[in-house]
Design a protein around this ligand. Structure first.
Ligand code: PM9
Length: 462
């Protein structure tokens, strides 16, 4: 007898709810003009389904909320710091932990400790805040990701992999002493939430160890990365997410972490390191920018929630449902013929704005325009990940022109239901059906750094 397909469901039930506000199209038109056509500048009160980011937007569990009540708010030596330190050591395997208020706090400390002006930092695609801190410290970022990562239609299962020839060419050109570390992200956000394989991590580690170069992991979504390794890489099918995560970290010398993603908290991050000297410098510097090395800008209760989040993040049923939800939306959109980045990523479905709006040139910000249009249609908030996010070349002042011009539909963890997902698919399909009506934009205000957060736009005539 043929076995019937069985559904899976979220491994939790809802205990507390937050009402959503629906708006009229007229209200959204006004809100969008007020926000300068930038979804970052909308008030969340004017948003119906918020897919701007998965950062700090997850629902904490009852255990995490209970942990918040156990905050030890001592200035120094809080018990919650030691819980967090032990949780990081257990799950990620690094020796030393410096808490920070969020991921970019860790990036700032790391960049200041490791980079000398004139250095080069290779990485598997840039991330906005990561590159900004590397550049502020005087380094030049060099992209060493495989070419497939820049092609939204390539089905490569590990688009986050490093191209070793690109890495070697850089090291040969500038010399290993000018490369303080290789920055590897798992998963790669800007490529579409795409994973790096264990094979690639191993290769990078053995190359770098031979040259005396350190490897630093951006572990922000390394649990999601572990899920993809388990699904796609031979030899890992039977390993647990916890085992895969530990092996991932074992090929690196430390990590920066935004706890606001994988770790299911609304605020928090850390820098973790194996090298004692580097740790001593980092724990000294953190005092200047974040707070004492046993709180790093966090309340004790925040560290407790993150320690518990580490445990919850690596549960197989959690990660299956988290990535399964994103997959559900991606597969439905693909069935509608809507151009998305393939394979579907871990934290988000990425719409390919170039293919969606071929009549809008990249310099008229098609992804920004598409995010605005989606908001107008239904109040769904998404995020531009294209030319606006890429910013300008530090030396020439010219716009970076990324091959990927994307709109990110990012799913907070444990927040939205399948019915919300269906509403999202229907809205994107509606915008797609009327896509020739969408107009490009011109930028009328451009901030000096990380412009995507605060830039303002006006629509161009059709
Ligand atoms: N990521 C995101 O929405 C929030 C800010 S940028 C719009 O994807 C990686 C891979 C990230 C990340 C933040 C950070 C910085 C580092 N690495 O936001 O400072 O995706 O905690 O982390 C965002 P913080």
């Amino acid at each position: 007898m043929a076995t019937r397909e069985r559904s899976w469901a979220e491994p939790y039930k809802i205990k507390m709810v937050e009402p959503l506000r629906m708006t009229t199209r007229e209200e959204r038109e006004r809100a969008l003009v007020d926000a300068g056509f930038n979804t970052f500048l909308l008030r969340s009160q004017d948003v119906y389904i918020d897919l701007l980011t998965d950062s700090g937007t997850s629902a904490m569990s009852d255990r995490q909320w209970a942990g918040m009540m156990l905050g030890d708010e001592a200035y120094a030596g809080s018990a919650n710091f030691y819980h967090l330190e032990a949780a990081v050591q257990r799950a990620y395997g690094y020796r030393y932990v410096v808490p920070t208020h969020q991921g970019r706090g860790a990036e700032n400390i790391l960049s200041k400790c490791m980079i000398q002006p004139g250095d080069y930092v290779p990485g598997n695609m840039y991330f906005t805040t990561t590159r900004a801190h590397q550049e502020l410290a005087g380094a030049t970022f060099v992209d060493i990701i495989i070419d497939e990562a820049h092609d939204p239609s390539s089905p490569h299962p590990f688009k986050g992999d490093v191209d070793m020839a690109k890495l070697d060419a850089l090291v040969e050109r500038v010399g290993p002493k000018r490369v303080p570390y290789v920055s590897v992200a798992a998963t790669v956000n800007m490529a579409g939430g795409q994973p790096i394989s264990m094979r690639s991590l191993r290769e990078v580690a053995s190359y770098c160890r031979a040259k005396g170069i350190k490897v630093i992991l951006d572990a922000t979504r390394a649990v999601e990365n572990a899920w993809f390794i388990k699904q796609r890489e031979a030899g890992y099918e039977r390993k647990s997410i916890a085992e895969i995560l530990l092996e991932t970290c074992s090929y690196t010398d430390g990590c920066t972490m935004s706890g606001k993603k994988d770790l299911l908290v609304n605020i928090g991050g850390f820098l973790a390191l194996n090298d004692k000297d580097l740790y001593d410098r980092a724990s000294n510097l953190v005092v200047l920018y974040e707070g004492l090395h046993t709180y790093g800008g966090l309340a004790g209760r925040d560290m407790e929630a993150m320690a518990i989040g580490i445990h919850e993040a690596i549960q197989e049923d959690h990660i299956r449902a988290r990535i399964g939800q994103v997959e559900y939306v991606g597969e439905r959109l693909a069935r509608e013929g809507i151009p998305i980045v393939k394979p579907i990523g871990g934290h988000a479905v990425f719409l390919d704005a170039r293919a969606f709006l071929p009549h809008i040139p990249q310099t008229s910000f098609p992804a920004q325009a598409l995010a605005a249009e989606l908001y107008l249609d239904s109040g769904i908030r998404s995020m531009e990940r294209g030319i606006v996010s890429a910013g300008r070349d530090q030396k020439t002042g010219e716009n970076h022109l990324p091959k990927l011009e994307l709109v990110r539909l990012t799913f907070p963890r444990r927040v939205y239901t399948q019915a919300h997902c269906d509403v999202v698919v229907e809205s994107v399909a509606e915008v797609f059906a009327n896509r020739e009506r969408v107009r490009g934009l011109k930028m009328v205000y451009e901030p000096a750094v990380l412009r995507f957060f605060q830039a303002r736009f006006e629509p161009l005539p059709l």
